[in-house]
Design a protein around this ligand. Sequence first.
Ligand code: ATP
Ligand code: MG
Length: 403
Amino acid sequence: MRLHYLPSEFQEALPILEKIKQAGFEAYFVGGSVRDAILGRPIHDVDIASSSYPEETKAIFSRTIDVGIEHGTVLVLEEHGEYEITTFRTEDVYVDYRRPSQVSFVRSLEEDLKRRDFTVNAFALNEEAQIIDKFDGLRDLENKTLRAVGVATERFTEDALRIMRGFRFAATLDFTIEETTFEAMKTTAPLLEKISIERIFIECDKLLMATSWRKGIRALIDSKAYNYLPDMKEKNRELEELLEVLSEDFAFRTSEQAWAMLMICLELSAPKNFLKHWKTSNDFQKTVMKLVAIYQLRQQQSVNKQICYHYGKELLYLVEELRQAQGLEVDYDRIDRIDHSLTIHDKHEIVVKGGDVMTTFQLKPGPLLGRLLNEVENAIVEGDLANDSTAIMAFVGERLANE
Ligand code: ATP
Ligand code: MG
């Protein structure tokens, strides 16, 4: 099959293929970009595979960077952009189930395509827009089927991350996992315990952010693979809950929103530890924990000035969206109104600083100063005190007189 036209992302990279070919080697576009081009989806990174060995690739181009030379990847810097060129390779023996113990460079495209995870990820595209499809990936694309290349159990045993990638692609592509592939995912799922959490998190996150995230979660539940993910052991019913409570058409707007909802459904005994076990960044943990806190607050009360000031409109909105998706009462207008009425949104906006209070009233740093500044902040948020230095100093003076 031939693509009707080469999307611009590939057109721009054509001179690279030409140069490699002129040097006497083969070169193709490979990976997810080819799949996405056939599907008419937006293309991210254009990956190139070549029969040239890394040293040979480096000799062809004037500006290159060794980004992963042991895996055969060289980054080529050209006027319009940077391209990763990876030597055709096979991955030999996997002793630890996560990385090949040996990568062998080969001169055959077919050998390279064989080591790829799913048939729809194993296309190559040449400069004439011809698609090379060795594993009937086009038929699978047509049928919206996700099928492992070759013997599924072997492929997942070589690299168990592929199981998570499978759930992720089911969600992002809205594909059904082919039966034998799915059976293999079930039997090899215990190997997920050997995979780095950071990499599993990336796949789960992409899964949750997909429009068809339900498909990915469904496959995760049915395969029982959740038993091998951090803090999800035996959380079958809780994961079902995630599917049940949110309306059919709901899609998460941010990762933090998705993970907060997941955590809420999991009914964790130690919520703080959950994201630590998933090894997410501190910033991510902070935001997700705030969303969970707001969610719980909202089950008991409506938004007030302090809540709005403390958490900010954006996070409150994310929680309201989760409520709306469950048919619960929502407070968007109230949040807008309160947010609009706040004279400060951050304590740095207070015109009087701690230092000013210290000099004016000859105070030393300590609990008293801390308490006074807190009272000032609260009074401004409540609208009982203007954010104006005369008013604030008078307020502090009065408090001190009452001490
Ligand atoms: P995305 O659209 O998210 O970038 P992708 O299919 O391009 O998806 P990448 O992780 O960018 O995925 O990998 C590029 C290609 O490399 C894949 O399409 C697949 O052919 C191959 N690949 C990546 N990871 C694996 C893996 N763990 N096992 C086998 N093949 C893989
Ligand atoms: Mg990619």
